[in-house]
Write a protein of this length. Structure first.
Length: 115
């Protein structure tokens, strides 16, 4: 499975963005998926995860209530809706394959939130 994130950009604090992760491969819908992020000078951190059939999601405490992960298996795409963005959300965002444990990451997309 190959993963490609998109949808990043520059947004003012309080604004919204929706990230997409396109997964190639016929079995991509067989996997849980997640989003991670890495800010400059910091380690990569978990953001959100979703099970393969969308019946379970979980979030980092820092984004609960602001971010929503979803997926459309017919389109082999996972989304991350980000609302009420804060400058501390600035990072490169990556999608990853797995659920609770992850074994493959795609290329990231930059999200910059200005104050």
């Amino acid at each position: 499975v190959q993963l490609q994130a998109s949808g990043g950009g520059l947004v003012q604090a309080g604004g919204s963005l929706r990230l997409s992760c396109a997964a190639s491969g016929r079995t991509s819908s067989s996997y849980g998926m997640g989003w991670f992020r890495q800010a400059p000078g910091k380690e990569r951190e978990f953001v959100a995860g979703i099970s393969r059939n969308s019946d379970s999601t979980y979030y980092a405490d820092s984004v609960k209530g602001r971010f929503t992960i979803s997926r459309d298996n017919a389109k082999n795409t996972v989304y991350l809706q980000m609302n009420s963005l804060k400058p501390k959300d600035t990072a490169v965002y990556y999608c990853a394959r797995g659920y609770k444990t992850y074994d493959q990451w795609g290329q990231g997309t930059q999200v910059t939130v200005s104050s």
